[in-house]
Design a protein around this ligand. Structure first.
Ligand code: TRP
Ligand code: ZN
Length: 467
């Protein structure tokens, strides 16, 4: 019998006694109820789930490059946030499950919809209780190719695979509470044929080889949203360094990429330089290591995967602008993560603003000039920046008008308040979830000004704002 068994029995008894005196209490045993099948984001109603809070993901996965298949066991440590009769995880087909257990006991499950894995524990899980769910599964993961949002999830490449999960890819290769509001720590243990390299978020653990298979271990010890978790398997040239602040800096370039000699060092050193500079502007770097991966993924975007962004070789050149953008996201997007996808301008606006700051610092182009050029050149003024719609979260509107808003704010509140904001905002909400409303209140408190009109014009009103 599991640990929760006797507890429920004794409580049911106690409830029974109370119920004898109070008929209304008969309903009480039924209060173990299912967790919600979605986390409530209007753009992605199926994503995430309710009723529990994940603390840690332990992903152990073996990859076979000749079949492209994975064999994996993911163990999730979570805490019930309500008396739970059952709960969902997000997990996509076509992966098949061979075993599922809760605290080591086999548990019943069904799979339905696009990605709901519905798990019924042998006994209800009382609110506050910590439990582990372990899922063993195998198959060839299928990436997501969304008509509006592009490719995400597990992407097979010529030399291995790269997993990029923003916004809806994580469930293509592990069972997950796929919402930015349930951050957790991660260990990722990936076994591949000897000769291949594996990179992931955070810091490396021991690498061991046995019987022609090499196992890599990576730990992310700071809270991470599932959309920012990452695995890269392939033939990589790895460069290790240390930043001026003493951070471990691990960068990698796919060997299939035709790079100039010394490019590995350049990527490593530019990353270190930008992380150091951004730390002076945004406050202490939120994670325990940094780096970056240049890979031939074919998704046509770069992604701010936590602590170690991935730069698709199919995007434009990996120049300082792009590094400043993805590394800027470490503060804005990764450490501070919007509660709702509608507020993604809080990521992309600040990341684009990071490019403008970079241009000013390293190329001598004043931020105000970048602002003026973007203001004059921007063609899309039609949508709402702080609620662009599900299919438009990666639109230019969000990026450019997001950054324009920040520079217009700077002009309104002055350099001094704005530069303080650049450190205070990410420091105050470090590792947390934020919203546009939180941001507006934060700025208003900092400046003792009513800025509702300003923010309404820039963030919610379609049309080109007057200067
Ligand atoms: N969020 C990424 C960045 O700004 C870019 C990105 C992720 C993207 N997925 C996308 C861009 C899909 C276009 C389409 O760094
Ligand atoms: Zn971005």
């Amino acid at each position: 019998m599991g640990r929760v068994g006797p507890l429920i029995l004794c409580c049911a008894l106690a409830v029974g006694l109370v119920a004898a005196a109070n008929p209304a209490a008969y309903a009480a045993p039924g209060r173990f109820s299912p967790g919600a099948p979605g986390a409530g984001d209007p753009y992605f109603p199926d994503m995430g789930n309710g009723g529990y809070d994940v603390g840690h993901y332990d992903i152990r996965l073996a990859f076979n490059p000749s079949t492209k298949a994975i064999t994996a066991t993911t163990t999730i440590t979570a805490r019930a946030t309500q008396d739970l009769s059952r709960f969902d995880l997000d997990f996509q087909g076509p992966l098949t499950i061979s075993r599922l257990s809760i605290d080591g006991r086999g548990a019943a499950y069904t799979r339905g919809g696009a990605q709901e894995l519905v798990i019924t524990p042998p006994d209800g899980l009382r609110k506050g209780r910590t439990f582990t769910v372990s899922v063993s599964y195998a198959g060839v993961p299928r990436k997501i190719d969304d008509p509006a949002l592009g490719v995400s999830g597990w992407v097979a490449t010529t030399d291995g695979a790269v997993a990029l999960n923003q916004p809806i890819g994580a469930a293509t290769y592990y069972p997950v509470n796929d919402t930015p509001n349930d951050k957790a720590t991660y260990t990722q243990t990936v076994t591949v044929p000897r000769g291949l390299t594996v990179l992931a978020n955070g810091e490396p653990g021991p690498v061991t080889t046995r019987g022609g298979q090499t196992t890599y271990r990576w730990h992310m010890n700071r809270p991470m949203a599932s959309e920012l978790s990452m695995i890269a398997i392939g033939d990589y040239d790895v460069t290790r360094g240390v930043t001026a602040d003493g951070l471990q800096n691990i960068t990698a370039i796919g060997r299939s990429i035709d790079t100039k000699p010394g490019q590995g060092k350049v990527l490593n050193q530019t990353t270190a330089q930008i992380i150091h500079w951004e730390s002076t502007a945004y406050g202490r770097y939120p994670f325990d290591s940094t780096g970056g991966i240049l890979a031939d993924v074919g998704v046509h975007y770069a992604l701010e995967t936590q602590s170690r962004p991935v730069y698709d070789h199919k995007t434009s050149d990996v120049d300082g602008d792009l590094l400043a953008h993805e590394l800027g996201h470490q503060w804005f997007g990764d450490s501070l993560t919007p509660t709702r996808w509608a507020d993604i301008w809080l990521n992309e606006g600040f990341a684009t603003y990071s490019e403008w700051l970079y241009q000013e610092k390293f190329n001598g182009t004043p931020v105000q000039q970048s602002f003026a050029e973007a203001y004059a050149g921007e063609e899309d003024w039609s949508g709402k920046v702080a609620d662009p719609g599900r299919d438009h979260i990666f639109d230019d509107l969000v990026y450019t008008r997001g950054a324009l808003t920040l520079q217009a704010l700077r002009t309104t509140i002055g350099d001094d308040a704005f530069l303080r904001l650049l450190t205070l905002w990410p420091t105050t909400y470090r590792y947390g979830n934020v919203s546009t409303q939180t941001f507006i209140q934060f700025v208003e408190r900092l400046t003792h000004r009513d800025l509702d009109g300003f923010f309404h014009t820039w963030l919610y009103q379609p049309g080109k704002p007057k200067l």
